[in-house]
Write a protein that binds this ligand. Structure first.
Ligand SMILES: Nc1ncnc2c1ncn2[C@@H]1O[C@H](COP(=O)(O)OP(=O)(O)OP(=O)(O)O)[C@@H](O)[C@H]1O
Ligand SMILES: O=C(O)[C@H](O)[C@@H](O)[C@H](O)[C@H](O)CO
Length: 183
């Protein structure tokens, strides 16, 4: 079961969710499955990167704060506008730093982060079996270097990425139901 430090402040329904983690941790896979299980829309943050960001990573260069800021703002605005229309969504986004996460939830403070947490070796092995549009596996170390662990005051569920997608979706869904009912 995931570790949870999310207060049950949700009166009802599912909050916006950001499935986060380093490249290759499973954000797209789990985000897609979780959204389908919850019956809400999924948006892959990777699709919202400006082409300059994709080109920079494809060239083997990690993004910096300046590269990410406008991308994160696009995601934050989308989460906020969908929520304002009564449509919580699931978003896949690395959300590596605390200040990124604060920017992402600026318009939707009820958002819950789902951190796919696990060892570099496991993620590296998974990356070796897939071809990404632009992200080279050589940037994995920079992803871990940039990653700032979630802090206790952040609304988050931390899940073990070695579990199967079905197991992860089931445990996160159960945790969210418990929050919604206050149990
Ligand atoms: N829970 C899991 N168990 C086994 N394999 C998984 C799991 N989650 C994802 N994978 C596999 O790991 C690889 C990376 O997954 P995915 O592309 O979803 O990660 P990601 O975090 O979105 O990566 P990136 O950020 O680089 O796009 C894929 O081949 C995927 O099929
Ligand atoms: O914050 C970042 O450095 C980027 O979002 C990367 O994480 C990639 O876009 C994503 O992981 C696809 O590989």
């Amino acid at each position: 079961m995931p570790d949870s430090n999310v207060t049950a402040s949700e009166s009802s329904g599912v909050p916006p969710l950001i499935v986060m983690g380093v490249s290759g941790s499973g954000k797209s896979t789990i985000g897609t499955a979780l959204a389908a299980a919850l019956g809400i829309e999924f948006i892959d943050g990777d699709d919202l990167h400006p082409s300059a960001n994709k080109a920079k990573m494809a060239a083997g260069n990690p993004l910096n704060d300046e590269d990410r800021a406008p991308w994160l703002e696009i995601i934050a605005e989308r989460i906020g506008s969908e929520l304002a229309d009564g449509r919580p969504i699931v978003v896949a986004c690395s959300a590596l730093k605390r200040k990124y996460r604060e920017q992402l939830i600026a318009y939707a403070p009820s958002t819950v982060f789902v951190h796919l947490n696990g060892a570099r070796s496991v993620i590296s092995e998974r990356q070796s079996h897939r071809v990404h549009e632009y992200m080279p596996n050589t940037l994995l170390d920079s992803q871990f270097t940039t990653l700032e662990p979630l802090q206790s005051d952040e609304r988050a569920l931390i899940v073990d990425l070695t579990k199967s997608p079905d197991e992860i979706v089931a445990s996160v869904s159960a945790e969210l139901r418990a929050l919604a009912t206050g149990v």
